[in-house]
Design a protein around this ligand. Structure first.
Ligand SMILES: [Fe+2]
Ligand SMILES: [Fe+2]
Length: 277
């Protein structure tokens, strides 16, 4: 399908966001992004911003509370690998919509903002496809396991650029920078088989690219702080508001990746609850 200048940027994003079937959504995104990069789509602020009451995957995934999502254990078995891969596929799939929603919802920003979040969406599509193909090789597929919708909820609750950038890239995705090395460490200790090795190398690619997402979040969080004339320390107030139980002392942190992603030593010390940087 081709796009032309009569195709509106925001309307098309809304269509991609609300497309239920993963492969249809990805195909739509790919042709939209190709046209966008070729300069064929102008960003014209028309149409109202919709709030979504359910995630696009609600059409084919059974949504349960985060506590009742099947727990990943025994990564040496196919069943264990499927649960792990499904959980990651779901995070990546949710992240596609989150990146698209960042571009869709916040309007009138510099073109670089839209460039950044569409580039993130493209990364998330690739991450999803890499993980999904491993899942399919193991005889499963995305949608086969129950999922939670906490990423979607975080995105729909944060309605200002400032809060969105704090919560999604700078909190949720940043937490991923800490969590992925922990998963990798666990996997690397196990007797290695071909699938396990491929899961590990895929996770390393994802980890590496996620640093860039958090860095983009940092950039636009700083931009939003300037717009609102607030100090960057408002980050902690926002996180406290959305996650009142967030760990005041985070046990293990990927300090190198977080610094690369724009966190200051001052911030990392607050998150750790002690001087670590
Ligand atoms: Fe990702
Ligand atoms: Fe990401």
């Amino acid at each position: 399908m081709g796009y032309n200048k009569s195709m509106n940027f925001y309307e098309t994003l809304e269509k991609i966001l609300t497309t239920v079937r993963p492969h249809e959504k990805i195909e739509l995104f790919n042709s939209f992004y190709k046209a966008y990069r070729a300069g064929e789509i102008e960003i014209e602020n028309i149409g109202s911003v919709r709030c979504f009451d359910k995630p696009s995957y609600a059409g084919f995934c059974r949504i349960v509370s985060p506590q009742t999502v099947p727990k990943r254990k025994k990564f040496t078995t196919d069943g264990g690998k499927i649960l792990l891969l499904h959980a990651i596929a779901h995070i990546e799939y949710s992240a596609i919509d989150l990146a698209l929603d960042a571009a869709y919802r916040f309007r009138g920003l510099p073109k670089a903002y839209y460039d950044d979040w569409l580039e993130v969406a493209e990364d998330e599509v690739r991450h999803f496809e890499m993980i999904e193909s491993l899942l399919v090789e193991l005889g499963s597929s995305y949608g086969a396991v129950e999922v939670h919708n906490s990423l979607f909820e975080a995105s729909q609750r944060t309605r200002t650029l400032l809060e969105r950038m704090a919560v999604v890239p700078r909190y949720l995705e940043a937490n991923g920078l800490d969590a992925t090395p922990e998963i990798l460490q666990k996997l690397e200790k196990l007797p290695q088989d071909d699938m396990l090795k491929r899961i590990e190398s895929t996770l390393r690619i994802i980890l590496d690219e996620e640093v860039g997402h958090v860095l983009k979040g940092n950039r636009w969080f700083a931009y939003a702080c300037e717009l609102e004339k607030v100090d960057k320390s408002i980050y902690f107030e926002i996180i406290e508001k959305y996650y009142p139980n967030w760990p005041a002392r985070k046990k293990s942190m990927n300090v190198t990746a977080r610094k690369e992603a724009g966190f200051s030593c001052g911030e990392l010390n607050v998150i750790a609850g002690e001087k670590i940087c």
